[in-house]
Design a protein around this ligand. Structure first.
Ligand SMILES: NC(=O)C1=CN([C@@H]2O[C@H](COP(=O)(O)OP(=O)(O)OC[C@H]3O[C@@H](n4cnc5c(N)ncnc54)[C@H](OP(=O)(O)O)[C@@H]3O)[C@@H](O)[C@H]2O)C=CC1
Ligand SMILES: CC(=O)N[C@@H](CCC(=O)OP(=O)(O)O)C(=O)O
Length: 342
């Protein structure tokens, strides 16, 4: 019998990407689609690329509209998921694409999001140590942020193998869809085209505590993170350049071996052959993660670079992958590692 899935926030970028993937998922039947300011509108007006759903009309995001589904994806702004989730009942699989249930430490949540902490759910980044087991059979999933997905997958093997000191420097460029679909002055085409610019510099970005949480868990000790996000003139993609000081005695061969071992059996994470570097264009629209790692002997640092599509592996693809695990379906169902080129 088909898995019946609803998507709240179907008019947004993340909800739209969930729907694009679910349309190709053989086990899923798409049920209710809800919105907020666009409730009552045809999906075809808002997401013209989702042709098979063009005549579906968005409902208001209410418990009644979302009732009667096996899975509910919440692609809502931060702070809106808890109130919806608590109306859905313990037997429904709720997959939250927002940040509300990602962090374990309530103080981190309050500092970066400025509201009371709603709780912590199993974390939807299956490639991290222990994460897959926590997702199996779970009825609640917190999908990671897009930058933490890219940065954590780039550096976790180095920490898990004790190759680097507990201080990481992460500089990541993101496409503009990461900021969502609602209009923002700094995202006007004339501001973004032909320019790159940093934001959230100096520890201010809300993804910093999520990266610290993931890398500290991999390291078994607290890792400090200096994170600088930058906005790149492209619609999708994240390129994360991550480095950490190597521990004494670390060699290039040891670094390569640790990454090869960590990702040998992962269907979506590809450690590239030596000399080949990750590129956002290669993972466009796919759930793949490209990773390359190098040891810089002069600076005595390990440098790991990852590329993802922020909307696919960074959001909706990670959500569908985690849903598959929670439901006991083959993890790759409905997900592609094939990019779009050029
Ligand atoms: N974009 C990305 O790369 C990533 C996004 N995410 C997360 O996914 C979630 C959605 O982000 P994104 O799609 O980018 O944002 P968008 O702004 O593109 O979409 C937001 C969606 O939420 C709906 N919405 C807005 N306000 C409310 C409300 N008060 N109650 C119910 N629904 C509401 C909107 O409906 P309407 O349009 O009808 O008003 C729209 O469908 C966020 O939590 C975001 O952090 C996570 C990782 C990456
Ligand atoms: C380019 C851009 O603006 N990106 C977003 C991150 C998107 C993401 O992962 O979001 P959530 O944590 O909101 O789910 C930002 O920096 O706020």
């Amino acid at each position: 019998m088909a898995v019946r899935a609803a998507v709240a926030g179907a008019s947004g970028y993340a909800g739209g990407e969930v729907l694009r993937l679910l349309l190709g998922h053989p086990e899923v039947e798409i049920g209710a689609l809800t919105g907020n300011s666009h409730a009552g509108r045809r999906l075809g007006e808002l997401q013209p690329h989702l042709l098979p759903l063009a005549d579906r009309v968005l409902a208001e995001t209410t418990p009644e509209a979302l009732a009667g589904h096996d899975v509910v994806f919440l692609a809502l702004p931060h702070g809106h998921s808890a109130a919806v989730a608590e109306q859905l009942g313990p037997d429904v699989l709720v997959v939250d694409l927002g940040a509300d249930f990602r962090l374990k430490n309530p103080a981190d949540w309050e500092r970066f999001y400025g509201s009371p902490h709603a709780g912590t759910w199993p974390y939807g980044l299956p490639e991290l140590p222990g994460a897959r087991a926590a997702l199996e059979g779970s009825k609640r999933i917190a999908v990671p942020g897009c930058y933490p997905t890219a940065a954590s997958l780039a550096l976790a093997p180095a920490y898990a193998a004790s190759l680097v000191e507990p201080e990481a420097v992460i500089v990541a460029a993101s496409g503009t869809s990461g900021a969502g679909k609602s209009p923002k002055p700094h995202l006007l085409g004339s501001e973004v085209m032909g320019s790159m610019s940093p934001y959230g510099v100096g520890g201010g970005h809300r993804h910093t505590p999520e990266m610290i949480q993931n890398l500290s868990a991999a390291a078994g000790e607290t890792v400090t993170v200096s994170f600088t996000p930058t906005l790149a003139p492209m619609p999708r993609g994240i390129l994360a350049t991550c480095s950490a000081k190597a521990r004494d005695g670390v060699t290039a061969d040891a670094v390569r071996a640790a990454y090869a071992k960590a990702y040998a059996d992962e269907p979506f994470v590809h450690l590239l052959p030596e000399g080949q570097w990750p590129a956002t264009a290669a993972v466009y629209g796919s759930n793949a993660v490209q990773i390359q790692v190098a040891y810089d002997p002069a600076a005595h640092r390990v440098v790991a670079i990852s590329a993802i599509d922020n909307l696919t592996k960074g959001t909706a693809g990670g959500a569908v992958q985690s849903m598959n695990i929670a439901l006991g379906l083959p993890e790759e169902t409905g997900l592609s590692t094939i990019g779009v080129a050029p």
